[in-house]
Design a protein around this ligand. Sequence first.
Ligand code: FMN
Ligand code: SF4
Length: 507
Amino acid sequence: MTVYVPRDSAARSVGADQVAERIARETRVVRNGSRGMLWLEPLVEVETPAGRVAYGPVTPDDVEDLLASGLLDGAPHRLCLGPTEEIAWLRDQTRVTFARVGVIDPVSPPDYTAHGGLAGLRRALSLTPEQVVAEVTDSGLRGRGGAGFPAGIKWKTVLGAASEPKFVCCNADEGDSGTFADRMLMEGDPFTLIEGMTIAAWAVGASEGYIYVRSEYPDAVATLRAAIDAAYARGWLGKRVLDHDFAFDLFVRVGGGAYICGEETSMLESLEGKRGMVRAKPPIPALEGLFGKPTVVNNVLTLGSVPMILADGAEAFAELGVGHSRGTQVFQLGGNIARGGIVETAFGITLGELVEGYGGGTRSGRPVRAVQVGGPLGAYLPTSRFDLPMDYEEFAAAGAMVGHGGVVVFDDTVDMAGQARFAMEFCAAESCGKCTPCRIGAVRGVEVIDRIVAGENRGANLKLLNDLCHLMTEGSLCAMGGLTPMPVRSALTHFPGDFGATTEERP
Ligand SMILES: Cc1cc2nc3c(=O)[nH]c(=O)nc-3n(C[C@H](O)[C@H](O)[C@H](O)COP(=O)(O)O)c2cc1C
Ligand code: SF4
């Protein structure tokens, strides 16, 4: 008899530990990852002969009643949600990167291999590094951290670089507002990330890897460290990976607590023990990265997609998606939303299907007014753009970006001028300070938005804001200053009334 209670920090934040502790008095409890249906946490699952049956949200006070009603037999109860896999929200997803999350014990190596773990690494080690790079290139995998750069091209550059040693660095800073998929993968299936990094290391000839995790994720850090220890003990890491003539060491480093430390060159500075300041490019990190050596920098979800690509072949991955956006993306629904959580599905699903379909509209019950996609530097989109498919190019054409797949929902009480002001304020606070358009421009941006809202010299100040946005976009050293105009401009374009525009001024 096994009952599953998530150890994911989202579930723990609403009482999963207490629920687990009470159930453990009666039977064996496995602490799994979260299935990603966050409004149902703590989600308790019971193993029955017919498969797992789910209950949720379960509070510690519900446990006694649940046990008395036959929880351990999967009996009906007001909190019973039926067979887990048949819950529509979960059933209709295409879980690739998240295939094992919520299913297995995250730190159990036997559980990992029993559910297909290591098949990708085993196949990779039977291929040459060039063949592995070709497989990743053919899959069409693009970076999931924000910029969408093709992973295969980056890996090829590192493979071809002459200098040694080489490094693989995983960017787990996950600073974007409304994003939590990296955390959930690290807490729910850390071996997948370890396997993906090991494959990357084999492919490019790296001997060391670092996972840079934000300090706000202590559970992810602890889970990763436990999984890395277990991987060393089994020979999945170390001097002879899976008994091959290939050595790879992996370390976890805790971040410095700044949004800019997620920008890859800043992250490398921080990993070297310095203040997180952006480096000018070139040289690109693929040629001169960590300690000046060739370095792969990839996001958690990018590296987490790699084991499946190697296990099932590039074609299986490339078959999913639309246009140049191949495979799945792990979308994260947050903000004012009725059903928040993780939706892993092929690219091409529309924004409306995510927000209204999966998300069920707002939590407040009021109409949706705006959605910000892609973190604090992403555009605000109105419901009239709910037809937009999740696709890097389609979003770019709409003046928006998919970014790391975070979708934050706002109802009709939102003040969009306030949100635009916040974008500039955020940039002013988080700027690394290296270049003027961002360091000074963001401060001036707050001031000029204030003047527009106050009705001071509206025409002149609107022009000034437009000029400033242009300057920041074109003149900033990195995408922090370069993309801050995106939320500002989108708010102005789609919600001019909030900036005090008269009817004639509106587009
Ligand atoms: C201000 C700023 C913050 C960023 N934060 C993150 C982050 O938290 N995580 C991440 O993976 N990428 C982040 N990026 C993108 C990285 O610079 C880089 O493109 C990415 O780590 C590369 O991995 P990928 O190709 O797998 O996406 C950020 C970029 C900028 C400009
Ligand atoms: S744009 Fe901003 S964060 Fe980026 S280098 Fe310039 S000052 Fe630093």
